[in-house]
Write a new protein. Structure first.
Length: 156
């Protein structure tokens, strides 16, 4: 279980650097759009400040995991943008400005009208991979781990 959240800067230890690895849990339809290269902007709207809000940066690696299924690819973060203290009007503005890249259906936006935080993540170097399982638990849609934790999740 990944419960370690690092600061936006890399954590330095005596012999090297621990890089954060993000695990994005995605519905199959959105994951397919990302893996085919159609969708390069991931949007996370939440009512509370939780990962990846303020905890992801350009250059970091994101594993693309299907909800209830395996990891099917990976990508690198090209750029991020964070919004807080959102109102329904500000969410409407994000919809107008970015939905042509987010591919959110009307229900997605309607269900998130009362969210207060938004993370926009532009992805690059998107690469499908042979599917493999990670033993994640809980209902979280975004996890932050390090390489050692990923190995543990693959072997459990």
């Amino acid at each position: 279980m990944c419960n370690i959240v690092f600061s936006p800067e890399m954590s330095i230890i005596a012999i090297g650097i621990i890089m954060r690895i993000h695990i994005a849990i995605l519905k199959r339809s959105y994951l397919s759009l990302i893996l085919t290269g159609q969708k390069r902007l991931e949007c996370r709207l939440t009512k509370i400040s939780c990962p990846p809000f303020g905890q992801i940066a350009a250059g970091e690696k994101v594993l693309l995991k299907e909800s209830g299924g395996p990891v099917r690819g990976q990508a690198e973060v090209k750029k991020t943008l964070f919004f807080k203290n959102l109102t329904p009007d500000k969410i409407d503005s994000i919809y107008r400005d970015y939905n042509d890249q987010i591919y959110g259906v009307d229900e997605y936006w309607q269900n998130r009208r009362n969210c207060r935080y938004c993370t926009l993540i532009w992805l690059e170097n998107i690469k499908p991979c042979d599917p493999y399982r990670l033993r994640t638990r809980g209902m979280r849609a975004w996890l932050i781990c390090n390489e050692q934790e990923i190995k543990r999740l693959r072997n459990s």
